[in-house]
Ligand binder design. Structure first.
Ligand SMILES: Cc1cn([C@H]2C[C@H](O)[C@@H](COP(=O)(O)OP(=O)(O)OP(=O)(O)O)O2)c(=O)[nH]c1=O
Length: 191
């Protein structure tokens, strides 16, 4: 019998999104090495990292559904995670502005009693409008880009420059909710 849901994430957005579903949970995050493996696809990397985040927590928490997730932005075969500083954020915004790119979000639900895993990913196309140099510098000065993959937040001030998306909005924010619900149900969670 599993007794609780644990979100293995330090992202305040992910806990807010999980709350939208009405899934009571606590947050417990253990940092892992998030280095991408260049020999495998982006989708398999985000799924692997989601599983690793969940597994690290599952080792400490018995009898839980442990949820892990990972989100990256891809443009021109370049993979963008969270920028390490302002200069990296500026480089990312330069690369993405005026272009279409893809957001990949992997999710894993791990049963910490059996270590059985349900996992998957969502890919979303996003079109960002053109930004001036001053738009980018002002946006970085707001600090919003610093903890976001691709250096923007669709759910924040970055929304000013999102022309359209094709796919699950919640996957861009960091937790695809339809997929997460499906994985929870497949793991025996009852809504
Ligand atoms: C593209 C985009 C990303 N993001 C966020 C979602 C994720 O929090 C972050 C990507 O980094 P992740 O490494 O996926 O997650 P994290 O470091 O924030 O949290 P943890 O690893 O502990 O789970 O970027 C947005 O909030 N809005 C957006 O529009």
């Amino acid at each position: 019998m599993l007794t609780e849901v644990v979100l293995a994430s330090s992202s305040p957005r992910r806990t807010e999104l999980l709350q939208l579903l009405g899934v009571l949970h606590r947050v417990y995050s253990i940092p892992i090495d998030e280095t991408f493996n260049k020999d495998t696809s982006v989708s398999s990397n985000v799924v692997r990292l989601a599983v690793e985040k969940a597994r690290a927590v599952a080792e400490q928490v018995p009898h839980a559904w442990v949820i892990g997730a990972d989100t990256v932005v891809v443009c021109d075969q370049q993979v963008y995670g969270k920028p390490k500083d302002d200069a990296a954020a500026l480089d990312m915004l330069h690369a993405l502005q005026g272009r279409e790119h893809e957001v990949f979000s992997g999710v894993a639900v791990l049963n910490s009693r059996t270590f059985e895993v349900q996992s998957g990913f969502r890919k979303v196309k996003v079109k960002m409008s053109s930004l001036t140099e001053s738009d980018m510098l002002q946006y970085i000065a707001s600090r919003e880009p610093l903890d976001k993959a691709g250096a923007y937040a669709i759910q924040g001030k970055g929304a000013r420059w999102i022309e359209w998306i094709e796919g699950d909005y919640y996957a861009v924010v960091g937790l695809p909710l339809e997929l997460t619900s499906r994985l929870l149900v497949a793991s025996g969670y009852i809504f």
